[in-house]
Structure formats: C-alpha cells, structure tokens
Design a protein around this ligand. Structure first.
Ligand code: GAR
Length: 208
C-alpha cells in the first residue's frame, strides 16, 4: 500500500474527498501548520494521526520544515499530498520529496499562481477557469501537471460562486491523481506527466 501523508492548513475538503474515494493507499498522518485547522478532524474521526505543528513556534521557515520532515519520516510516506497547505515550502523540503510531492491549485496553471485565483480570473475576464494537480518543484505553483479540470465562468459569477464550481472539480481530480500515483501509472519525463494507461484523460471539462 502506498503510504500517504497529507499536509493542510484549513477546511480540508480535498482531504475529505481523498478519504472518501476508497483509494489503494494508507493515510499515515495529516499534518497542519495551523493547530485549529478543521481538516485535522477528518483524520481524527478515522483514527489517522493528526499532527498540529504551529509554524508560529518556530524561529525560521527552515527550522519548521526540518521538523515537518521529521514528522513525515516518523509517519512514513511514499507520497506527500498538499491539500490546501498554505505555506511556502523550502527548497530542501521540495528536493527531498521530489517526484513524490503533489499539490492541488485552484486555477488552470500556469495561469493565476498564488492567492485569490478566482478574483484574478474574474478580473481578467477569462471564460474558462479551473484547477490543476501538479508535482511540486521549488518554483511556487509550478511543476509537471498531472490532471486539470476546466469550468465555465458565468456572467454573474462572484469569487465565491466560481470557487464552489472549481472546488467540486478539485474533489474529482485529486482522488484520480492520487489513484494514478498509487497504481504506479504516472511517468514524468521532460517536465511532463504521462499516464501509463490506454485511453485515459488528463483533463476534465465540466458544465455549469
Ligand atoms: C483549495 O481550493 C485548494 O485548491 C487551495 O486551497 C483550497 C483548500 O480547500 N489551495 C491553494 O490555493 C494552494 N496554493 P480545502 O482545505 O477545503 O481542501
């Protein structure tokens, strides 16, 4: 079984979607940099170790990430999944987990990296928006793309309505990406990800 550690900072709806997807993985820990993150409850409810590491108690980002690595190593991880983890990771961390560290981002990368992606999409007037699962590299919100889902942007959308439409797709594509990883089907070559499976789609188009 593929051992998965999940890192999160908040609500944890993506973590919940992963837990409910009946994936061929063992969740060995959920770790939050915010002790009050609601997402940790999903772990506690299932007897998965829930670890709170308050980043405010650490003198530096490097010191925090060193402790984070220790906790991940104690739990055991073949894959580290960022599920709404809102803290920039240090280069040593990213390099340590190279090719086994994935993130979900609420935009069609490389468009709209960073925060407030839905407001940015509305500001730019794009007609298609979405979400991306990608392997993490030291460059923020960048790295080989595993799967993307696209949603329409409607004339009366607000950041909140658009976020909800995108989130529903996040909950579809993240379990798919983790399943492919666990099944050994993801091949990274030349900065691109291919799925070792016939007739598989690495994109999802949703209707409103
Ligand atoms: C999700 O929309 C996720 O894509 C985003 O935070 C939200 C977490 O929701 N992640 C990022 O913006 C990372 N750059 P959740 O806690 O309910 O899964």
């Amino acid at each position: 079984m593929t051992r998965v550690v999940v890192l999160l900072s908040g609500r944890g709806s993506n973590f919940k979607a992963l837990l409910e997807a009946d994936l061929p993985v063992t969740f060995t820990a959920a770790i939050s940099n915010r002790p009050d993150a609601a997402g940790l409850e999903h772990a506690r409810a299932r007897g998965i170790p829930a670890i709170a590491l308050d980043h405010k108690n650490f003198p530096s980002r490097a010191a925090f990430d060193e402790t984070l690595i220790n906790e991940i190593e104690k739990a055991g991880a073949d894959l580290v999944v960022l599920a709404g983890y809102m803290r920039i990771l240090t280069k040593p961390f990213v390099e340590r987990y190279a090719d086994r560290l994935i993130n979900i981002h609420p935009s069609l990368l490389p468009m709209f990296p960073g925060l407030d992606t839905h407001a940015a999409a509305l500001r730019e007037g794009v007609k298609i928006h979405g979400c991306t699962v990608h392997f993490v590299t030291p460059q923020l919100d960048h790295g080989p793309i595993v799967i993307q889902a696209a949603v329409p942007v409607l004339a009366d959308d607000t950041p909140a309505t658009l976020a909800a439409r995108v989130l529903a797709q996040e909950h579809r594509i993240y379990p798919q990406a983790v399943r492919w990883f666990a099944e050994g089907k993801l091949v990274i070559s030349d900065g691109r990800v291919n799925v070792r499976e016939d007739g598989v789609s690495q994109w999802v188009l949703s209707t409103p």
